[in-house]
Design a protein around this ligand. Structure first.
Ligand code: ATP
Length: 236
């Protein structure tokens, strides 16, 4: 199992009740998982725990056999860069860096990713260019600062950055929310092709149930989370 969650309790600071109470959840290497649940049910929070961005107050989360809680913050950063491509809901691009340099970032932080990128495309820059072209980003945009791109373009830059250097795990949080239907379908084809070729595990969060059928496994977060769910506000 490449991702493992065991007896996890996670509470946001200042909150009286926990957001996540998960006894067991795991993902096998190479599996593709569609994670769904209502807004506010804790999907992004769970992804942050899988990525070791936050640590649970109780229990363990493991990526590639390593416990996040057993590592210091520098070791966590290294392990994350080696093992994980993460497409965040808010993209998390560095706004003043060029598009190309944003895509190259994981290779700066991970020798493993840099080696894989060189092996695939000859040089790091060639690899970054490959992924930007695959994402349909016009060459004229590659030297521009990331902040100068549209939201849909930034989303695709974030995806190129997640895929460079064939990370063993790809985590994607609503990666198609700013894409039109045509781009969304091409993006999904490319994501599955890239993960298939690299043998990468894919954990994907979306509200778009039309995408669910593409995945080998669908997981409802409320079904694995024992924490009391927030009440949805309903119109009177
Ligand atoms: N940084 C934070 N500080 C405090 N509480 C937070 C923080 N981030 C999220 N939460 C709370 O945790 C709960 C779960 O939020 P989360 O973003 O994980 O849900 P989600 O299922 O991803 O929602 P959506 O589908 O709307 O993106 C919410 O009640 C939210 O208010």
């Amino acid at each position: 199992m490449i991702l493992q969650v065991r007896d996890v309790v996670f509470r946001w600071p200042g909150q009286a009740s926990p957001c996540l109470l998960i006894d067991a959840f795991s993902v096998a290497a190479g599996e593709s998982v569609f994670l769904h649940g209502p807004s506010g049910s804790g999907k992004s929070t769970l992804l942050s725990l899988l990525a070791g961005v936050f640590l649970p107050q109780q229990g363990e989360v493991l990526l590639a056999g390593k416990r996040w809680s057993a590592m210091g913050s520098a070791a966590r950063d290294r392990h994350r860069a080696d093992q994980l491509g993460y497409i965040f809901q808010q993209f998390n691009l560095l706004p003043y860096l060029s598009v190309l340099d944003n895509v190259l970032l994981p290779c700066r932080f991970s020798t493993r990713r840099a080696q894989a990128a060189r092996q695939a495309h000859g040089t790091l820059v060639a690899s970054a260019r490959h992924w930007l072209a695959a994402m349909g980003l016009p060459e004229a945009s590659w030297q521009r600062p990331a902040r100068a791109l549209s939201v849909g373009q930034q989303q695709r830059v974030a995806a190129a950055r997640a895929l460079i250097g064939a990370p063993p795990v790809v985590i994607a949080d609503e990666p198609t929310s700013a894409l039109d239907e045509d781009r969304r379908d091409r993006f999904m084809d490319l994501l599955f092709q890239a993960c298939g070729q690299a043998g990468s595990t894919l954990v994907f969060v979306s509200h778009d149930q039309r995408l669910a059928a593409r995945f080998a496994r669908q997981v409802s977060l409320p079904a694995i989370n024992r924490a009391a769910q927030p009440q949805e506000v309903t119109e009177a």
